[in-house]
Design a protein around this ligand. Structure first.
Ligand code: MLT
Length: 244
């Protein structure tokens, strides 16, 4: 199993054909964390790139069964039901619903990964569930960090390192050969540097500082927890769902 980290979406093109690979999309603050929280209760998520696309797609769905969620500049767009705060995706609001979801970097990055054999999402909160799903597929793996505006971020790079550590553990246990790219090795070392205080890492990140500025520091705590959600996901045929 060859395991690689791609620190920014723009860099993905340098990896060429991804059709035989598993791609794990990470946007810790906050899209892929929110996806894990949401899929604890909702039936499926439809990631879309633009607000306009989200609003027009919403018109084609049953309004009683569907919600619009996402953010621009950290905040809920006008006309949306929910923003992108993981803690807002509670059972009473989203049980069984379809969520049309548009965020600045996360949902765009997911779209870039669409041609992979398996596309999944990860965050600190569902790291182990994601790693189990990825390991079972036995494909070569690209961990694709959403970053911010095509720049690498601390939080996604560190979470990539955690997922890789978990994959290495499984490879060792099951005698599966593995090889890390230089980028994968960097992300593992980076995770280990910060692993005892993920909340501090998130607070010191640019996206974390932006959330603090708009009084969303609670989101940082919700995004910093490790393995609180046993949710593995798959993005297939336009929908992200929780999978075994
Ligand atoms: C993104 O997709 O860029 C993030 O989810 C941004 C945010 O949550 O504020």
């Amino acid at each position: 199993m060859y395991i690689d980290t791609v620190f920014t979406p723009l860099e993905l093109v340098s990896r060429g054909d991804i059709s035989d690979k598993t791609v794990v999309v990470i946007d810790v603050l906050r899209a892929t964390t929110t996806i894990a929280y949401a899929l604890s209760w909702c039936s499926r998520i439809i990631p879309v790139e633009t607000i306009e696309e989200a609003l027009s797609l919403f018109q084609t769905f049953d309004k009683n069964e569907t919600l619009l969620a996402g953010e621009r500049f950290c905040l809920k767009p006008e006309g949306f039901d929910l923003g992108n705060s993981p803690g807002d995706f509670t059972q009473d609001k989203i049980l069984g619903k379809t969520i049309i979801f548009s965020t600045t970097n996360g949902t765009r990055t997911l779209k870039l990964a669409q041609s992979a054999k398996l596309v999944t999402t990860a965050a600190f909160v569902n790291a182990s569930a994601c790693a189990s799903k990825v390991f079972k597929a036995k494909n070569d793996v690209i961990i694709l960090c959403a970053g911010r505006s095509n720049k690498a971020t601390k939080e996604d790079s560190a979470c990539a390192g955690l997922i890789i550590e978990l994959l290495i553990e499984k490879c060792v246990e099951d005698n599966v050969d593995f090889e890390l790219s230089d980028a994968a090795d960097i992300s593992v070392k980076y995770f280990n540097y910060y692993k005892d205080d993920i909340a501090a890492l998130l607070e010191s990140a640019e996206a974390g500082k932006n959330l603090i500025e708009v009084n969303l520091e609670k989101d940082i705590k919700d995004c910093s927890l490790i393995d609180t959600l046993p949710i593995a996901t798959e993005y297939k045929d336009g929908f992200i769902r929780s999978v075994k």
